[in-house]
Ligand binder design. Structure first.
Ligand SMILES: [Fe+2]
Length: 269
């Protein structure tokens, strides 16, 4: 997989090279994992940005976020007041689903990123966006990565699915299949919806870490379609606007088995 835009909606929105945070990094050496990750010396301003983002998103979650996301968030018990230590989050993930966190210096080269996923390691940033970027940042940051991504990695079936995306990407040699896989990543990991017993809910972290996307995604302005892997693979996406097409999975068991089937048929399993 050569397209780094697969990583995240926000990250994909700025590939013009003007922001060094958006230039994919090709690793020349291993990055620290789990307890190897040192806790940075954050300023009070940086903690305040985290606190503001957390409080604002948390208010939107009831009635919108998937039960599976909320269960993961609760189990992680993230600090609302101060930026959590990646080593601590990694320990909780490992206890939950066997995943760990690696500290990435920024947006990773796609192959490096997927090679980590394939080993059940989530590359995660530890810096936070500036106060002027509360609503939008083109670059990955730890609010998107920790608050947005890690709760779903606590779900056993989603955790398996996420690893399988990494493995499939590493096995991919065909540009068309690669684009299809990118679309599946986009409409699940970043912009997925799930039908909970209580109704339609958000699990995609591109939505759940964004104030505007969270509010927009469940309105009638966003078209919802059932998740059928072949249809998702054919659906182009628009990185510049709020997502007008979204796909709904019935459960994460179905998501994982549908992806297994799609990967096998496309020679990626
Ligand atoms: Fe992301």
């Amino acid at each position: 997989m050569t397209n780094p835009s697969v990583r995240a909606a926000d990250e994909a929105k700025a590939q013009d090279g003007s922001d060094p945070r958006c230039v994919p990094i090709k690793l020349g050496a291993p990055i620290p994992v789990g307890d190897e990750i040192a806790y940075p010396r954050y300023s009070e301003e940086e903690h305040e940005v985290w606190r503001t983002l957390y409080a604002r998103q948390e208010k939107l979650l009831p009635g919108r976020a998937a039960g599976e996301f909320l269960t993961g968030l609760g189990a992680l018990d993230l600090d609302r007041e101060r930026i959590p230590a990646l080593a601590d989050v990694s320990r909780k993930l490992h206890a939950g689903t066997g995943w760990r966190i690696a500290r990435t210096p920024g947006l990773l080269d796609a192959r490096d990123f997927f090679a980590h996923l394939a080993q059940r390691i989530f590359p995660c940033t530890d810096y936070v966006r500036g106060r002027s970027e509360l609503d939008y940042t083109p670059a990955p940051d730890c609010f998107h990565d920790i608050f947005g991504h890690t709760p779903m990695i606590m779900h056993p079936r989603f955790a398996n699915f996420y690893q399988k995306i990494g493995r499939a990407a590493l096995n991919c040699r065909d540009a068309i299949v690669e684009e299809s896989l990118t679309r599946i990543y986009w409409f699940t990991v970043e912009f997925g919806l799930v039908r909970n017993p209580e109704g339609l809910r958000i699990y995609g972290n591109g939505i759940i870490s964004s104030y505007a996307e969270t509010q927009f995604s469940l309105t009638s302005q966003a078209r919802k379609r059932p998740f059928i892997a072949d249809e998702v693979a054919r659906q182009p996406y628009d990185i510049w606007h709020l997502q007008g097409d979204l796909f709904v999975v019935g459960s994460f068991e179905v998501l994982e088995s549908s992806f297994d089937d799609w990967s096998a048929r496309n020679g990626l399993a």
